[in-house]
Design a protein around this ligand. Structure first.
Ligand code: LFR
Length: 479
């Protein structure tokens, strides 16, 4: 068929966007219809302030973006939504019961103990295949169960599924993101036995659908100015990382990827799961990918370390920006001592430079004094964590990694891309920056018949339209 248009709604932990995409067998163009900050909010809950997402606020920005798309493209074919994983809303009789908790909220720790008292981490890994992250949905659900929040609820929707529900009136659980709950079997069904053992009500969980399924159409009551009955609402790889991996212009038999935004998701794409003791020890996850692929990867802290540090410096009244600090940092010598970017102490919001300084102080070392020095040590420590996760992914999966693709916002960070190439010892191919929106749009376009083919066909289209920037590794190994 000829080219046509779809809208990709992509909500990240730092910002969200609505992208207007024109897609066809030889066409792949993105235009930004709306971009907005995602600002979490602290809300008093009687005994503490808890960190929530402002999901209705985000939804309102999504509607504005779709309105802009409708005015320039009344014949839009489809809309699809992706967002960060693990977090969810609880509903009763179709109504959202409260703004979803943020995975960085401190409440999750109690859930870990509650779950592990019932099911061992070894068994959870064997069945769900997930790396241990204290905020995996099943731990959050245990907290909600303990607090009584689940008693009133009759529905559970992950964040992108919730936006899809508000757009279409249809409640489903898209599989790639549902895999991050820890509650799916290896074959991608709800794990009834585990759900029962955790004392959760099975009826909370909606029907699973694959990426590429038509979920419904836009609710007429939204009054968006599209022509006729308006676009379809299509399930995409609704986990943002799953959509990003679709648009990595790689050969999965010989490349690793880093989807680098708020997080750095470092791994390889496989045809089947790898569930080994070594993989569990290295905290490698088997997340569901589009077309039944497996995303075998490890979560590294990501650009969060930079954005949260800058937020702190600005809070102290310093006039700093990421761009100027990176430029200054690039002129500094490479730091001799790095910190462990994987340390869970860096997860929570708050004064990150102080926590990094604490890490060094515990070892009798001194953290860089200036913000630019701090930015340099963050970038180098991140790059080292990326390189080490790339090596682990290769060792654990058997994929011979000849190149590393960096997609997402991190692809624009030349210092980070070069440092990753230097430390991994293989070339880095950077871009596209908007891989997530591209992967989202490609899966919709295929579902509505604007193009056809497997992931390799979709990736070839990305490669033709978004030539990556190549970073060669330093001649002398950097470690
Ligand atoms: C990236 C991401 C990661 C997930 C984390 C929390 O945006 O979706 O894949 O581990 O956010 O949901």
């Amino acid at each position: 068929g000829g080219a046509g248009a779809v809208a990709a709604v992509d909500l990240g932990a730092t910002s969200g966007r609505v992208m207007h995409a024109r897609v066809g067998a030889n066409t792949l163009e993105l235009t930004e219809a709306a971009r907005f900050l995602n600002t979490p909010v602290r809300v008093w809950e009687g005994d503490r302030t808890a960190l929530h997402w402002d999901l209705t606020g985000l939804y309102s920005s999504v509607l504005e973006g779709l309105g802009a798309v409708a005015r320039s493209e009344p014949g839009l074919r489809s809309v699809g939504v992706d967002a960060w994983a693990v977090d969810y809303g609880l509903l009763r009789d179709g109504r959202l019961l409260g703004e979803p908790y943020h995975y960085r909220d401190e409440r999750t720790a109690a859930g870990v103990d509650l779950v592990h008292a019932r099911v061992s981490p070894e068994q959870l890994y064997r069945e769900g295949g997930l790396q241990f992250l204290p905020f995996n949905s099943l731990y959050q659900l245990a907290v909600d169960q303990e607090s009584g929040a689940l008693e009133t609820a009759d529905g559970f929707l992950l964040v992108p599924d919730l936006i899809t529900y508000w757009l279409s009136g249809r409640a489903v659980a898209e599989r790639t993101n549902a895999s991050t709950t820890g509650l799916l079997t290896a074959r991608g069904a709800w794990n009834d036995a585990l759900i029962e053992r955790l004392g959760l009500r099975r009826s909370l969980f909606p029907a699973l659908v694959d990426a590429g399924t038509e979920v419904g159409s836009l609710l007429p009551s939204l009054e968006l100015p599209f022509a006729g009955t308006g676009p379809a609402v299509t399930a995409v790889g609704s986990h943002d990382t799953a959509s990003a991996v679709v648009a990595v212009p790689m050969d999965p038999a010989r490349a690793a990827y880093i989807s680098c935004g708020t997080w750095g998701l470092v791994g390889v794409e496989l045809e089947g799961r790898v569930v080994s003791d070594e993989g569990r020890a290295a905290n490698f996850t088997n997340e569901g990918g589009v077309d039944g692929r497996v995303r075998y990867l490890h979560n590294v802290m990501g650009l969060w370390l930079l954005s949260e540090s800058i937020r702190e410096w600005q809070r102290r009244g310093l006039h700093v920006s990421l761009e100027s600090l990176l430029a200054e940092a690039a002129e500094l010598p490479r730091p001799a001592e790095l910190f462990d970017a994987d340390d869970p102490r860096f997860l929570a919001p708050g004064d990150l430079p102080a926590r990094i300084a604490g890490w060094f102080a515990e070892r009798g070392l001194r953290a860089p004094a200036s913000p630019a020095g701090m930015v340099r040590v963050i970038v180098e420590s991140l790059a080292e964590a990326f390189a080490s996760a790339v090596r682990a992914a290769a060792d654990l999966s058997g994929v011979p990694v000849e190149t590393v693709h960096i997609v997402g916002g991190g692809a624009r960070n030349a210092l980070l891309c070069q440092a990753t190439a230097d430390r991994a010892g293989v070339p880095v191919l950077a871009g596209p920056m908007e891989a997530t929106a591209l992967g989202n749009a490609l899966v919709q376009a295929r579902a509505v018949g604007l193009l056809s083919g497997d992931l390799e066909t979709l990736r070839a289209l990305v490669a033709r339209n978004y030539a990556p920037v190549r970073y060669e590794p330093a001649r002398v190994a950097v470690r």
